[in-house]
Design a protein around this ligand. Structure first.
Ligand SMILES: [Zn+2]
Length: 108
């Protein structure tokens, strides 16, 4: 039960596009494609209806018979719209850090 502050799928889904771009910028992660050099990334792969919200791109069950959220890896998927090169970032870890920085900055 007491999984207190575990980041869950809902938290991950609530991360906004700008927050994620800000996170990448703060970590000095170039959004320019490592393969073809074009700066036209799509950070995807699902959006909530009518909202500019990013969503965990890929989820995988780590344990064959259990597909619970706890056994799922969530990724933010940054893909190049020019050549299709895909990078995956651990969504749980990023969401956790975004939450932390929100809490210390006290919101906008
Ligand atoms: Zn590319």
């Amino acid at each position: 039960m007491a999984e207190d502050n575990e980041i869950n799928a809902t938290d991950i889904q609530s991360v906004k596009f700008d927050e994620l771009v800000n996170f990448f910028t703060s970590k000095k992660i170039e959004l320019k494609c490592k393969e073809c050099g074009v700066v036209d990334p799509a950070i995807t792969s699902a959006r909530k209806e009518n909202e500019d919200i990013l969503y965990a791109a890929v989820s995988q069950s780590l344990i064959a018979n259990e597909s619970s959220e706890a056994n799922t890896l969530f990724y933010f998927n940054v893909s190049c719209q020019n050549c299709g090169y895909v990078r995956l970032f651990n969504a749980k870890g990023i969401t956790e850090q975004i939450h932390k920085s929100k809490n210390t900055e006290g919101g906008e």
